[in-house]
Design a protein around this ligand. Structure first.
Ligand SMILES: [Zn+2]
Length: 294
């Protein structure tokens, strides 16, 4: 991300000044993306308002916060990040705009760290899209509960109880998705960008490849050639676009290959896929439909 602009820092200071005057009615926490906000809300309970920093439809890989985004986020006492290099910009935002907020690296808490994250016990990978695995998402809840408990010791028992209930709900969701995707096991996913590796591993799908291999970069003719070979060689019938990525490349690949475009969503936060479970159900159904034999 580019350095925070002067206008942003000005907005930041304005927001900080306004904070004392109009204290929000509930405690505020923030998460960088909607599914993470949804996971945090499972643990936080009614005492907290959880805000999402990135508006829907924007790719977090190339996000730059606007002054409006900053104003919404500035009152947060806890900020939850995906981690593993996905939303590193949030560290600067917290330092500049909400310096008394605690930053929680949820990826690190489940064992996902960036390449340069150094030695780490229990490390499971570097791919930041861990929340697309309900099993990994379930692991994020207990550390979140401890984070909330430190900020609000009187509520500790409630946070821990909700984290346990949330884990059970996420494992039930995992079982539901396993059953839903059983008919398309072994089929390759070709997606807009490389976000579905953990999801594919959980449900026995093949992570076939992505149109965009580097965030924010258009695919090269060589990328397209590689995907066309995969599509033809494996009898792929659909390419999965995502709302946060420009649709042109998926359309070009689909029309070159004579296949369809279907939509999946790794970020959600919009009606129909507003919360975590709704988003993953939407995705599992889209994959099942798209990968199924016509
Ligand atoms: Zn991504």
């Amino acid at each position: 991300m580019r350095p925070l602009s002067r206008i942003l820092l000005t907005a930041c200071l304005g927001a900080a000044a306004a904070r004392g005057e109009t204290a929000p009615p509930r405690r505020v926490a923030a998460a960088t993306i909607a599914p993470l906000a949804s996971l945090a809300a499972m643990v936080a309970g009614p005492e907290w308002e959880i805000r999402t920093i990135i508006p829907p439809g924007v790719s977090p890989h190339v996000f730059e916060p606007s002054p409006r985004d900053v104003r919404r986020f500035a009152p947060a006492r806890l900020v939850v990040a995906v981690g593993a290099g996905y939303d590193d910009w949030v560290g600067k935002l917290v330092a500049a705009c909400a310096s008394d907020a605690v930053l929680h690296d949820a990826g690190r808490s489940v064992g996902v760290v960036s390449e340069d994250g150094g030695d780490h016990d229990g490390e499971i990978g570097h791919d930041p899209h861990w929340w697309l695995s309900p099993k990994l998402a379930a692991r994020a809840l207990a550390p979140l509960a401890e984070r909330f408990a430190r900020l609000d010791p009187a509520g500790a028992a409630g946070y821990r109880m909700r984290a346990r209930d949330g884990e059970a709900a996420l494992l039930a969701l995992d079982a539901e998705l396993t059953a839903l995707l059983a008919p398309v096991k072994g089929r390759p996913i070709v997606g807009a960008h490389n976000s579905w590796a953990y999801f594919a591993a959980d449900y026995g799908l093949e992570n076939g490849g992505a149109i965009e291999t580097v965030p924010g970069r258009e695919p090269s003719p060589r990328d397209i050639k590689r995907l066309l070979d995969l599509v033809r060689g494996r009898n792929v019938r659909v390419v999965f676009a995502e709302p946060q990525f420009p649709p042109a490349a998926a359309r070009i690949l689909a029309s070159d290959a004579g296949i369809r475009v279907a939509l999946v969503d790794a970020i959600g936060g919009v009606p129909g896929r507003a919360d975590y479970a709704a988003m993953l159900r939407f995705d599992a159904r889209a994959f099942r439909k798209g990968l199924g034999t016509p």
